[in-house]
Each structure stands twice: as structure tokens, then as C-alpha cells.
Design a protein around this ligand. Structure first.
Ligand code: ATP
Length: 218
């Protein structure tokens, strides 16, 4: 993936999809340039951070002009592999997994859940939208066959590591882990961890203990 060739800081890389989505909207409304202040207001990232981020992309905003929307869009599209469809597998078709299968990721990204897996016999062999649910017994073979490189984990925590080991054997390169389990993977595999309960708790903690002025926006 292009992140390997392009050495930008991880925190910057994480903000790319946010910038990309906003710039796409600007572009479709016919806007050709945007100031860092406008961007800052829209994506809620402070403008100094935006200027620093954009300097990594070779996009130097001009005073009184701002940034060229077309230039940035072309850059983001290339960097985020938007021209290439990324196939994703979903493991665990419970409440959260079902919601992801029903969500149209193609709306904002060139990403599609192609295939899903579960152990529940009542789910195996059924479809959600156009995605077929296979049995976990077939996970390695099916993932290799379909060329999927990214997996979303929405299974109960106790089975997450075992499933991860299978995904690693099937050559999956990235895992988006929605379980509370901390996963052990070889260093060549990237895991992003999203624990919704922890995020919610942390938001509530910040609301109680800090004013928004004191809070650093990531
Ligand atoms: P539900 O209401 O359908 O049980 P849930 O999100 O509350 O959903 P969880 O217990 O978190 O339930 O399980 C999520 C999904 O993961 C379920 O569909 C379950 O069948 C599936 N699952 C459980 N164990 C495994 C496993 N080893 N491999 C793949 N999927 C699994």
C-alpha cells in the first residue's frame, strides 16, 4: 500500500480520509480553492496542524489564496489508493457486524466488504445485501481465493486471537479490531483497534473533567 512508499507521520496519515471527504464535497460544489481556516472549521482540526500536514503532501498554501482543491484531491486519491478498490472481509455477523454489512462504505471510500464469516449455522449461507456469509471453517481458503487484504473483526473478544492467527495465515495485511481484545500479530501486520465502549467512556470523562478549550484536538 502507498503508506509504505510515502513517509508521512502516522497522526497525519490518520487525518487523510477526513481531509479527503471534505475536499471531495468542496470539489463537487464547484470550489477551486480553500483556506486552512475554512478547512479547520469544517474538519475540526486546528489550522496549524492542517498547514503542517499539508506541507508533507507538498501542498504549500499561498497567503490570500489558500490551497488548490484539485491538486489536493488528486494527491489524496493517489495516496489513499482511491483508484483501486480495497476488498475487505468481515468476521462475526452479530449486531455490529450486520450494521457494517448494511453500511455503504463505497459512499465515501473505494472500500467494499466483499465477504463475511460466522460460526452460527443460521447465518452461514445467507446474504446481507450482496455479501454472502461463509462458515469460519472456510476462512483461510476463501480469503486467499478472493484476494482480501483487510479484515474487520466484530466477534466476541475470547475468540479474537485465534481468528487473528487464521487471518495472518491467510495473508491479511491489516485488521480493524472492534473487540476489546489486544491482538498479537507479526510486525508486518497492521492492527487498528477501535473499542467503542472505551471511546464513549473517554468522551464522557473528558466532558466531566476538561473544558473543550483545554482539550487538544487530535
Ligand atoms: P448477536 O446479537 O447476533 O449475538 P452480538 O454482536 O451481540 O450479536 P457477539 O456475541 O458479540 O454477539 O458475536 C458477534 C458475532 O460473532 C455473532 O454472530 C457470533 O455468531 C459470531 N462468532 C462467535 N464466535 C465466532 C467465531 N469463533 N468465529 C466467527 N464468528 C464468531
Amino acid at each position: 500500500m502507498s503508506n509504505e512508499t510515502l513517509k508521512i507521520p502516522q497522526a497525519t496519515a490518520k487525518r487523510l480520509p477526513l481531509y479527503y471527504r471534505f475536499l471531495k464535497n468542496l470539489h463537487s460544489s464547484g470550489k477551486q480553492r480553500v483556506s486552512s481556516a475554512e478547512l479547520s472549521e469544517a474538519v475540526k482540526v486546528d489550522s496549524a496542524t492542517i498547514r503542517r500536514d499539508f506541507s508533507y503532501f507538498g501542498a504549500l498554501g499561498k497567503k490570500g489564496y489558500g490551497y488548490n482543491v484539485n491538486y489536493l484531491l488528486t494527491f489524496f486519491r493517489k495516496t489513499l489508493d482511491q483508484d483501486e478498490l480495497t476488498k475487505v472481509a468481515l468476521i462475526g455477523v452479530g449486531n455490529l457486524g450486520t450494521a457494517f454489512l448494511n453500511y455503504n462504505f463505497l459512499k465515501n471510500n473505494n472500500t467494499k466488504i466483499e465477504i463475511a464469516f460466522d460460526v452460527d449455522a443460521s447465518k452461514v449461507g445467507t446474504y446481507i445485501g450482496d455479501v454472502m456469509i461463509y462458515h469460519m471453517d472456510d476462512v483461510e481458503a476463501k480469503i486467499v481465493e478472493s484476494g482480501v487484504q483487510v479484515a474487520i473483526l466484530t466477534v466476541p473478544a475470547p475468540v479474537a486471537q485465534n481468528i487473528t492467527d487464521k487471518l495472518v495465515r491467510a495473508n491479511v495485511k491489516g485488521i480493524l479490531n472492534f473487540t476489546p481484545a489486544r491482538l498479537n500479530v507479526p510486525s508486518s501486520i497492521r492492527v487498528h483497534h477501535i473499542d467503542l465502549a472505551v471511546e464513549l467512556q473517554s468522551l464522557i470523562y473528558f466532558l466531566k473533567h476538561y473544558s473543550t478549550e483545554e482539550t487538544e484536538i487530535e
